[in-house]
Design a protein around this ligand. Structure first.
Ligand code: DGL
Length: 271
């Protein structure tokens, strides 16, 4: 039994898809979420900037008494996990290993697709991890920079002409490669899962990196006897580096529940 909270952070709102999964899977845990909405997106930035921002995000989260930190952000997980894990004396869990493991378990043909931000694909972290787990794996990777603004503008449903156009634009080479598994390596992409799934057909398994990461967190806490399991549900606190009102207004897209009025704004540059 460990009553400390789980810290979760992301470059913005998208990490709330991971929080949603965390709440579903571990309803009795306290969660502190930080979304760097003032500096999002990270995905088109260089590694040095991403690491600098991620260090500040973790420094803010560590003002709370935490038992683990979850990097919900695909971009930070692929670029800064090693640095953050080395510098912090508590478990720091990113999305790459859990998602790669889920993909290796799911694939029968060894042909795996990967989509993420520009920085995620450029890092090569997924390919390296997949290859360690399955040396014969064939990875077809694609950066999809327009997916994030698309989702943030509420456009993610299949049948929406713009969504279908971009899904085809980005996913066509992955379809052509004949993958049987696709890793959705970015916080925002689970919202596009229906549209991407409709385009690829039922024979391709979609792996949501956030959900895979939550499985790992749950296992870690259970095996280490570190769960809390408050009977009346955990306390969830939300912080952002830009307007708290804007955060509250957009959060429900990702979180699946209304948290208007519950978020607080903080000055991340001070950490
Ligand atoms: N959270 C980022 C990720 O998962 C997407 C948004 C961004 O580019 O910052 O890669």
């Amino acid at each position: 039994m460990d009553g400390r909270a789980i810290g979760v952070f992301d470059s913005g709102m998208g990490g709330l898809t991971t929080v949603r999964e965390l709440i579903r899977r571990l309803p009795g845990e306290d969660i502190v979420y930080f979304g760097d909405t003032g500096r999002v997106p990270y995905g088109g930035r260089g590694a040095e900037t991403i690491i600098k921002y991620a260090r500040q995000d973790v420094a803010f989260l560590r003002t709370f008494d935490l038992k683990a930190i979850v990097i919900a952000c695909g971009t930070v997980s692929t670029t800064a996990l090693d640095v953050l894990a080395r510098e912090n004396p508590l478990p720091v869990i990113g999305v790459v290993e859990p998602a790669a493991r889920a993909a290796v378990q799911a694939t029968k043909t060894g042909r795996v697709g990967l989509v993420g931000t520009k920085a995620t694909i450029a890092s090569g972290a997924y390919e390296r991890t997949l290859r360690q787990m399955l040396p014969t794996v064939q990875v077809t990777a694609r950066a999809c920079p327009l997916f994030v603004p698309l989702v943030e503008n509420g456009r993610y449903r299949p049948g929406d002409a713009l969504v279908d156009l971009l899904v085809e634009e980005y996913i066509a080479p992955i379809k052509a490669a004949g993958v049987d598994t696709l890793v959705l390596g970015c916080t925002h992409y689970p919202l596009l899962a229906e549209a991407i799934g409709a385009y690829l057909g039922p024979d391709v398994t979609l792996i949501s990196s956030g959900a895979a990461c939550v499985d790992t967190v749950a296992r870690l806490l259970e095996e280490g006897d570190m769960t809390c399991g408050k009977a009346d549900g955990g306390v969830h606190r939300y912080f952002a580096s830009d307007s708290a009102a804007d955060f509250g207004a957009l959060a429900s897209i990702f979180l699946g529940q209304d948290i208007q009025g519950q978020a607080q704004q903080i000055a991340i540059e001070e950490y």
